[in-house]
Design a protein around this ligand. Structure first.
Ligand SMILES: [Mn+2]
Length: 312
């Protein structure tokens, strides 16, 4: 079969509407301070499928969000502007090439000084995005919200599996003695080798376990994270399975005992204030037909992340 043209490939994902369904005056590329980058990539999923439909479901749901923010009494979307870029075409030949290509795509976006919110797709995409972000912010650290540690050296024959996402992203970071590289939040399922890796690298990784967060009635974990990221350049990688499956069942590998909505919002808010939240990805939504709530939750979370990051 002849290879499809770029235009034909793109049409399989489009026409892609804009995030939040904004009018052109609030969504032109030049004026907007937020760039939304859909990355409908799915190649290495190991259990539930469908994350390639995630970006489209998030963008579709976003058009029904209320733009008004009662805390500030404003409509942040209209003030900041959100521009949605064409989706990044999946490279199904190899995850490594996908990651390389994505790094090349993202580099000028980060250089533009705008806040880039990438919408996955599977978690594999984070490595490419982080590689590009490190070029712009060499001291970058990662805030990784996830049910899984994603720290395997490799999985099912590839080092670029979604199950290795955090390990690959960590590889991209610059190391400096005594400087924390990754703060994980909500982890509650991992393999022995990942646990060993965390225990062997306390200077590089701090993991806030799901159980630890649930048991912390005074919510001291939020203050601890603030301390860890204070004045740092932070990349947020948010796997939606970090949320509890009671609100976020639409993901390939759900785990009980996750964050609730207000945990997630407060985490984003406090990190955005304490640190410089430079870019983010929101990954692993696998939409379920007949249940739209997860799509809306992901869309609202994306809106909250971009708004808090740019306004802080
Ligand atoms: Mn996960």
């Amino acid at each position: 079969m002849p290879k499809k043209t770029r235009k034909q490939q793109l049409s399989a994902y489009g026409p892609f509407p804009g995030f939040l369904g904004l009018e052109p005056e609030h969504s032109s590329r030049t004026r907007s301070r937020v760039l939304v980058l859909p990355v409908p990539y799915e190649c290495t999923t190991s259990y539930g499928q469908g994350t390639r439909f995630g970006p489209r479901a998030i963008v579709d749901a976003s058009s029904a969000l209320e733009l008004y923010d009662p805390d500030s009494g404003t409509e942040p979307a209209l003030e900041l502007g959100f521009h949605t870029l064409p989706p990044v075409l999946p490279d199904m030949d190899s995850p490594r090439e996908m990651v390389d290509g994505l790094a090349a795509t993202a580099t000028p976006l980060y250089q533009s000084g705008k806040f880039v919110l990438a919408l996955g797709g599977e978690h594999t995409i984070s490595a490419g995005l982080v590689r590009a972000a490190v070029r712009q912010w060499p001291d970058l650290c990662i805030l990784h919200v996830d049910a899984h540690a994603d720290l395997r050296a490799e999985y099912q024959g590839t080092a670029f599996s979604h199950a290795c996402a955090a390990r690959r992203a960590l590889d991209e970071l610059n190391r400096e003695k005594g400087r924390m590289q990754m703060v994980q939040v909500g982890v509650r399922n991992l393999a022995r080798e990942e646990h060993e890796f965390i225990k062997a690298n306390p200077e590089r990784i701090r993991t806030f376990w799901g159980e630890e967060i649930a048991a912390d009635r005074g919510r001291h974990w939020l203050g601890d994270i603030e301390e860890l990221v204070k004045d740092r350049n932070v990349y947020l990688s948010f796997d939606v399975d970090g949320l509890d499956p009671s609100i976020m069942p639409a993901t390939g590998t759900p785990e009980p005992g996750g964050l609730d909505w207000y945990d997630a919002v407060e985490l984003v808010e406090r990190v955005a204030k304490a640190a410089n939240l430079v870019a983010a990805d929101l990954v692993e939504l696998a939409p379920q037909y007949g249940n739209r709530a997860p799509d809306f939750i992901a869309a609202k979370l994306g809106y909250v992340i971009a708004t808090k990051a740019v306004r802080a």
